[in-house]
Design a protein around this ligand. Sequence first.
Ligand code: TXA
Ligand code: MG
Length: 317
Amino acid sequence: MITTNIQDACNALRIGQVIGLPTETVYGLAADAYNIAAVERIFDLKKRPRFNPLILHIGAIEALHEVARNIPPLALQLADAFWPGPLTLVLPKQPRVPGIITANQQTVAVRMPAHRTALQLLHMLNFPLAAPSANPFGCISPTTAQHVDRYFGDELALVLNGGACRNGVESTIIGFRNEQPVLYRHGAIALEDLEQEVGPIDIATNDDHTPAAPGMLSRHYAPRTRTIHSVDIAKDIALNADKKVGLLVFSQVPSMAGHLVYEILSRDGILAESAANLYAAMHRLDQQGLDLIIAEQLPNKGLGRTMNDRLRRATQN
Ligand code: TXA
Ligand code: MG
C-alpha cells in the first residue's frame, strides 16, 4: 500500500514492521535498527546475504555519537558540510549497534538523509532506521514509491510516498584509514565535491572493502534485460541490427537510431539531471520486452563516474 500518512509509517516502525522509505537518493526498506527481528525481515525481503551490512539513518548530527565512537575529525567535518545529504560515513560502532546491522564488523555505516519526509519521520522516532535500498538483491534500485510497490507489494506494511527521488543514485560512502577518508562507493555526491572540503581522497581497492562493502559486488543494479555499456553506440546498434534493442543515452540519440526505443537522460547534457533519471529510465526500458539494452558511457567526471560505475555493474555477467 502506498501512502503519504507519516503517522501510519511511524506506528508501523514502532511495532517492528518494515516500510518503504523515501530518501533523496533512492527508496529504502526501513526498520527499527534496534529491533533484531525487524532487521532480519529486511534481509529476508531483499534476499540479501547476511554478510552485506546495512546503513543506519539518523535524524540529527548529534545522534551520530549514539551509534559511532572514535570519530575522526575529518568525519565530523564532512558530516557538518554534507549532512543532511547523500553521504554515508563508515565509523567504529558503539556496542549498542546490533551485529546483524554491521555483519558483525566493528564499523557501522551512518547517514542523515536530506528528504523532508524521511527527516520528519526520523524526528518522530527514538531509534535510527536501518535501510538498504528497496530492491531485491542485485536488481535496479527504486526511485519512486511505485517501483518499491512493484517489487514488494503487500509484503511491506506500507510504502511512504515522498515523490521521485531528487538525486536518484545511492549515497557516496566514505570510510577512514588512519583517520584519513577513503572512498568505498561512488554516489550522489561527486568525489570532487568531497575533495574540495577535505583534500585528496583515496579510492578503496578491493582489498580494503571486501567483504566490508560488498555493495561493490560486481553484478548489481541490474535490469533483467541483457545490457551492454557502450563507448560507441552507433557501432553497437549496427552490430545488433537483428535484435530488439533499446537505448539509454546521455543527451542525444544518433539519427540512425531514431526508430528504436530510447531513453534520454538529460537533453541539456546535465549530469545531475541524468543521475536523477537513470534508474527510472532503466526500469522503463526493462519493461519493454527488449532483447538488449545499449547504455551509453557517460562523461567520466563528477556524477558521470557514479553512473558509469552503476552501469558497469548492471552489465557484468
Ligand atoms: O543512498 C543510500 O545509501 C541508500 C538509501 C536508502 O539511504 N541506501 C543504500 O543501502 O544504498 P544499500 O544497503 O543498498 O547499500 C549499502 C552499502 C553496501 O554496499 C554495504 O556493503 C555498505 O553500504 N556498508 C554498510 N555498512 C558498511 C560497513 N560497516 N563498512 C563498509 N561498507 C558498509
Ligand atoms: Mg543497494
